[in-house]
Every structure is written in C-alpha cells, then in structure tokens.
Design a protein around this ligand. Structure first.
Ligand SMILES: [Zn+2]
Length: 162
C-alpha cells in the first residue's frame, strides 16, 4: 500500500519516484498541469485517504511552472495558448495571481508559493473526508515547492500531524 499521496504538476521534470527515491507501490500519484484542484482530483485524493488510508498528502509545485506563468500572462491579457480547456487550468490559478498582485507579490515564485497554500486550503474546505481525517489526526497535508535547478524540495506549509 502507498504511504503517501502526491498531487503535483505534470511538468516532465518532476518525477515523484525519482525525487523521493521510492519505488513502485509507494506513492499514489495524481498530477495535472499546475496542480489545480478539480472534482476528479479531489475524488482521487479522497480515494487515497478513505480507501488506501494514506496518512500523508503532499502537494508539490515547482519553480518556473508553465501553468503559473500562463495564469500570470492571462491576467495581463497576454496568454498565447488558445485551447478551450487550457482556460480551466488558467482560471483555477488566476484568483491567486490577482491576490498576489494586490499584496505586491506578483512574481512567479511568490504566485507559485501562494498557489500551493491556496490549494491546501481548497482541499480541506471542499473535501469533508479529508478535513475529517485531518481533524481526527489520521492525515497531514504538506505543501512544498520543488526547485528544478537544485533538485531540492522546500516545504511551504504543513496542516495536521504526521
Ligand atoms: Zn508546472
């Protein structure tokens, strides 16, 4: 059984098993571009918690994320991509961009960090199964950023106890 669920960006430079030096069967991995919450993502994470009983969810973003960059570009009216479903990814991150701009933290690294924090809050506020597991001490959620150049994982926020 996996000992953790990882929800991370689909970026080709992020490989969960290589980053954490674990093997087949160790991690329950859910990824999409920019690690944006969607109903199917929440369903996958609930499955990991309720059925697989993982004690840890790691939300992993990374520096120079193309999805975060796209959300910043879109907010400035400069988004190049036209795909209609790409808009769903961008729209999911844009409130964070707007908030970041309002507090003077509109650079990509700050937006990435705030996006990870917002994602942690979204997971807890939208999934009762996950919120209950945290309240009952069965689950922790950790938000972290993966630094591509150094290959290092930097924790940003921890909710619950491991
Ligand atoms: Zn990314």
């Amino acid at each position: 059984m996996p000992f953790a669920a990882l929800f991370g960006c689909a970026d080709s430079r992020l490989s969960a098993e290589i980053i954490f030096d674990v093997g087949l069967g160790d991690l329950f991995v859910v990824r999409n571009a920019g690690q944006v919450i969607a109903e199917t993502i929440l369903g996958s994470l609930e499955y990991a918690v309720e059925v697989l009983k993982v004690p840890l969810i790691l939300v992993l973003g990374h520096d120079q994320c193309g999805a975060v960059r796209a959300a910043i570009d879109a907010t400035e009216g400069k988004l190049g991509a036209k795909g209609q479903f790409i808009q769903h990814i961008v729209a999911a991150i844009q409130p964070t961009v707007t908030h970041a701009n309002s507090i003077g933290r509109g650079d990509i690294d700050s937006v990435t960090e705030l996006h990870i924090q917002d994602t942690l809050e979204d997971i807890q506020s939208r999934s009762k199964v996950i919120a209950d597991a945290i309240d009952e001490g069965r689950l922790a959620i950790v938000g972290a950023n993966y630094e591509l150049s150094g290959g290092e994982v930097h924790p940003i926020k921890v909710v619950g106890t491991v």
